[in-house]
Design a protein around this ligand. Structure first.
Ligand code: NAP
Length: 470
């Protein structure tokens, strides 16, 4: 596939292979973009900003709904692309496509509601003869940088609100999964998005990241990815708006009074969805000691039922990790934890890029598996004496994106809601619950700002005050 610059699909001699992570087969190529391509894309986006901010809102709505319809009509093709370039199974990929359609549709709906309000200027003595208001205006060119794990919907989360608000975009998708993003770009162009409003540059973040994020013509960086790249981007960005959706090592708390079967089922799903490569995927489960053994037994039994295999087979429950290197990394992390005293209850085996769903107990505090984001199909079980200990341990990390708690006791639920240091608390489900219109984002090293269309629209616009001196 090609890059999109100034309304043209551009190819290059230098290419990057896009591979199926299961067997390493090459499924397509994309151009290996460089700083010159970035410069051209930004120049195009300057023109795109002038065009889109002057498009009537009903026209932006028409385009976004049109793109949503195209994705819906080609849903199976999109799902196969996600499940071939990435880790997700075809069943997981279909759900992502449905969510991306929803994300684009909500973006169109919210475009109607980008409004301001009147200002009571006469509240200040001396301003009796003034009237006015503020409205929200688009901020300019947005650099959108996206990760591999939701290669379609996380792109929609940036393009939808950016276009709805009247901005232009230079998108840099993850190098391992650029195809879904390019297809969404095609859908937008087919729906009538004017040339220049969206530009897509494919290429390695280490090569094109700095010229993109440091360019003063870019007014906002909307980044979803890991902390390391996020920190580099913040250092390089200079004076511009920044949205950071980063990682976590997400906790779930299981209280003695919970519905145990539900807690097991939903936590297994939350731990191994998308091979655990999920920013709100369950990584640390704190279980009150009275039910620890029963929970452990049921959790391990349910995990063992998961079938690992090629993404496109309908009965595969879990696909491969995104690269063999990533599978080797988690293998090393598990070996390190085991050396320090952890016990593998099930899993712990790697075959190429596939790593079995893995459950560990006795993971020592402070080892990598405990304190870093695993972004892999491993989960740690910890017994705790009570909710206070669970909350203290859940909070004792540098991240804070989502947390889950299973309890029937409303007082325990509210205590967790008050005391957990996170961007979202999910009660009676795993941390892995999200819909696309809710505010989504983290505290501490999990990020800055919020996505979720209405909230992204706030970040992607600024208020402009108008005052009449009568
Ligand atoms: P990543 O390695 O940080 O890459 C994310 C994106 O940043 C990719 O497009 C990457 O390009 C680009 N990039 C890398 N270095 C860059 C630089 N110096 N300047 C500019 N761009 C750069 O993350 P990933 O492995 O794709 O995704 C996993 C991470 O994303 C996890 O930490 C996960 O928790 C996080 N995540 C967060 C959310 C959320 O909403 N909070 C959602 C999903 C994922 P290349 O592909 O070319 O390296």
């Amino acid at each position: 596939m090609k890059m999109l610059i100034a309304g043209k699909w551009v190819d290059k001699k230098e290419k990057i292979d896009v591979k199926n992570p299961y067997d390493g087969s090459i499924i397509d190529t994309v151009p290996d973009g460089d700083a010159k391509d970035v410069d051209r894309a930004i120049a195009s986006a300057e023109e795109g900003y002038r065009i889109n901010r002057n498009l009537p809102v009903h026209e932006r709505i028409r385009i976004l709904l049109g793109a949503a319809r195209i994705v819906e009509e080609k849903a199976e093709d999109f799902a196969r692309t996600i499940a071939t370039e990435g880790s997700k199974t075809i069943r997981e990929a279909r759900k992502e496509v449905a969510r991306a359609v929803h994300t684009m549709t909500i973006s169109a709906e919210e475009a109607r509601r980008i409004a301001g309000e009147t200002i009571p200027f006469d509240s200040m003595p001396g301003s009796e003869n003034r009237v006015g208001y503020y409205f929200r205006f688009p901020i300019g060119i947005i650099a959108a940088i996206t990760p591999f794990n939701d290669p379609l919907n996380l792109v929609a989360h940036k393009l939808g609100p950016a276009i709805a608000a009247g901005n232009s975009v230079v998108l840099k998708p993850a190098t391992v999964t650029p195809l879904s993003a390019i297809k969404l770009g095609e859908a937008l162009m087919e729906a009538g998005l004017p040339a220049n409003v969206l530009n897509i540059v494919t290429g390695y973040g280490v090569k094109i990241g700095d010229p993109l994020v440091s360019d003063p013509r870019i007014r906002m960086i909307s980044f979803t990815g890991g902390v390391e790249a996020g920190e580099r981007i913040v250092k390089m960005a200079g004076l511009k708006k920044i949205g950071m959706e980063l990682g976590s090592n997400t906790p779930v708390i299981v209280c003695e009074d919970c519905d145990l079967d539900k807690a097991v089922e939903l936590s297994v799903s939350g731990a191994f969805w998308a091979v655990g490569q999920n920013c709100i995927g369950v990584q640390r489960i704190y279980i009150e000691q009275g039910i620890y053994k029963r929970f452990e037994t049921l959790f391990v039994a349910r995990t063992r039922q998961m079938k690992v295999g090629p993404q496109l087979e309908e009965d595969t429950d879990m696909g491969p990790m995104i690269t063999e290197g990533e599978a080797e990394r988690i293998e090393r992390w598990v070996e390190d934890a085991v050396k320090k005293g952890a016990k593998v209850l099930t899993g712990g085996k790697r075959k190429g890029s596939a790593y079995d769903p893995t459950v560990l107990a006795d993971v020592p505090a402070g080892c990598t598996l405990d304190k870093e984001e695993v972004f892999a199909p491993t989960v740690n079980l910890y017994p705790v004496k009570d909710l206070d200990e669970a909350i203290a341990k859940a909070n004792d990390v540098k991240f804070g994106l989502h947390a889950g708690i299973f309890t029937q006791d409303i007082n325990k639920a509210f205590k967790a809601i008050r005391e957990l240091d996170v961007g979202g608390v999910i009660v009676n489900d795993s941390s892995d619950y999200r819909i696309d219109m809710m505010p989504f984002g983290g505290v501490k090293r999990s990020g800055l700002g919020r996505e979720g269309i209405k909230f992204a629209l706030q970040e992607m616009t600024e208020p402009r005050v108008v005052c009449f001196n009568l």
